[in-house]
Design a binder for this molecule. Structure first.
Ligand code: UN1
Length: 514
């Protein structure tokens, strides 16, 4: 029994029983792809709707429409593009409850987190509106007299967006809102596990573009499996591919895009840790750790996967943590009294179980036992208990990102060792230290400290604000999305030198007399 009226949510968001495969705005089509997928909610195991899959021919049609749209969209002044993004933000505000609930129901995250995800979309729209008047280039002094030099940022073209199931809508908006104010057009391939929220977003955006008299193709959606991602990655008509997902997927996308010397923005796996110092405020550390480890059922790329705890507070914190885990309530994420909802599907449950077996076989010891939840309310078979293991950093399973609520804890003696452990994994997304000790905090943030794209003090690893650049190093892929100057990757830079004199001096003082 759902506490939210799902049929009326679907109606409000215009999700029908059978949904088309692609859209270039107001134009929607089922496509000539043979396949369609039944979308089952991990919340209750019930079918929500079906989504058709696009074919290679459909993809080509969408790209051609986007190419055409780019020709006019790039000429719209950036602040005017920003005004349209502002209106999209307003629509998202109006639909926040419905869209947040659908995110929760289709993906399984808690209702609060579903609303939070839509809030991230609203925030990035606001950010992009301001940005539309701040796409600044530098001016520089020429070495030649009566010459002027400056640089400009111009629109790039089609931005391909490949997003993952865990943030089914926010990641699209981080890319699309920036790309649009930059004058680009977008083709979004959402995860095939969560196409319905994507369809809802596309309908919201398309209606705003249409109201403003903007041509079809500025916002495009294409539902399909990895073959669509492959087409996009190999397509020279798509100058930038922004991909969020597993490291395995990112390596394939990065290689294909690199092969044609295109641009890719990769936001891949994390293996994020929190250092709990002997100087930590343990009461404050606790909710940060627990939310980081079990929020979104451990399916954020920023999820806390490792805890590196000073030996002097190790036992005390371990006990606190284990007690906190007994307070967790699992179940329907639409029920706001529950902390932890389901994993996305049964494959994810299997991977969780495999990881637990592997951890045990490598010598990890159980602190809080995991397991699959069964019985009333857990019929979908996707609910698991968050687990904690004492483990060593070098274990293969600890080095690997398992997209599930499994936390590995380990001891350290001094801060140098803690930082080494923190950095001692292939991934480099998010990191944190809980400490009230200034020197230790600064050391962690310094060039000798955390090697991650995100490093926090007295905040957990997840839940970044949109205002900062989001992404990480090493196997996380090196890309940066969202705030700060992440917009620059969505534009092409041009250096201009203008001679307003009446002779033609060459740079570097070269003489060339005719
Ligand atoms: C992701 O998991 O892909 O920092 C994105 C966070 C969220 C975004 C996560 N703002 O946890």
């Amino acid at each position: 029994m759902n506490l939210i009226d799902i049929p009326s949510i679907l109606e409000e968001l215009k999700i029908t029983a059978h949904n088309p495969a692609w859209s270039t705005g107001l134009n929607w089509a089922t496509g000539d792809g043979e396949t369609s997928k039944t979308i089952v909610s991990p919340v209750d195991g019930k079918t929500i709707a079906t989504a058709s899959f696009a074919s290679a021919g459909d993809y080509d049609h969408v790209v051609k429409t986007a190419q055409q749209a780019f020709k006019t969209w790039r000429l719209v002044p950036a602040p005017k593009r920003g005004e349209i993004v502002r209106q999209i933000g307003e629509e998202l505000r109006a639909k926040k409850k419905a869209l947040g609930a659908l995110v929760s129901y289709e993906m399984g995250k808690s209702l609060q987190e579903g609303y939070g995800e839509v809030q991230e979309m609203i925030d990035i729209c606001d950010f992009a509106v301001g940005l539309s008047r701040q796409l600044y280039g530098l001016t520089m002094h020429s070495e030649r007299s009566r010459h002027r030099m400056y640089e400009q940022y111009h629109p790039l073209g089609i931005v391909g967006i490949i997003s993952a199931f865990n943030f089914p809508v926010a990641v699209w908006s981080w890319n699309a809102a920036l790309a649009w104010v930059c004058g680009d057009v977008c083709i979004w391939k959402p995860s095939e596990k969560t196409p319905l929220t994507a369809i809802a977003c596309q309908k919201i955006a398309a209606q705003v573009f249409e109201k403003n008299g903007i041509a079809e193709g500025v916002s495009c959606l294409i539902i399909g499996d990895r073959t669509i991602g492959e087409l996009m990655s190999n397509d020279t008509r798509v100058p930038l591919v922004s991909a969020t997902g597993s490291t395995r997927m990112g390596k394939a996308v990065g290689a294909a895009v690199g092969q044609r010397l295109g641009r890719s923005l990769l936001e891949l796996g994390g293996n994020n840790s929190i250092i709990i110092s002997e100087h930590a405020d343990l009461n404050m550390a606790l909710p940060g750790v627990v939310f980081g480890a079990v929020g979104t059922a451990g399916q954020r790329c920023t999820t806390t996967r490792r805890l590196i705890i000073h030996e002097s507070v190790y036992e005390a914190f371990k006990t606190k943590l284990a007690n906190a885990y007994t307070q967790l309530r699992f179940g329907n994420p639409l029920d706001e009294t529950n902390h932890v909802g389901p994993l996305i599907d049964k494959d994810a449950v299997q991977q969780y179980l495999n990881a637990i077996e592997k951890a045990k076989s490598e010598g990890a010891t159980i602190v809080v036992e995991g397991g699959v939840l069964a019985g009333n309310g857990f019929e979908s078979g996707c609910y698991v208990k968050p687990a904690i293991f004492e483990a060593e950093n070098h274990y293969e399973i600890v080095q690997h990102e398992t997209f599930a609520p499994i936390l590995y804890i380990m001891k350290y003696k001094n801060i140098e060792e803690a930082i080494e452990l923190q950095n001692g994994v292939p991934q480099g997304l998010s990191s944190a230290i809980m400490t009230t000790h200034l020197r230790e905090a600064e050391k962690f943030l310094s060039h000798g400290g955390s090697d991650c794209g995100i490093a926090n003090v007295n905040i957990g690893t997840s839940g970044a604000e949109i205002g900062g650049a989001f992404g990480g190093e090493k196997e996380t892929g090196g890309g940066r999305e969202s705030g700060s100057d992440a917009w620059k990757v969505y534009m092409r830079r041009q250096t201009n030198t203008i001679n307003y004199g009446d002779d033609l001096p060459l740079a570097q003082g070269i003489k060339f007399d005719l």
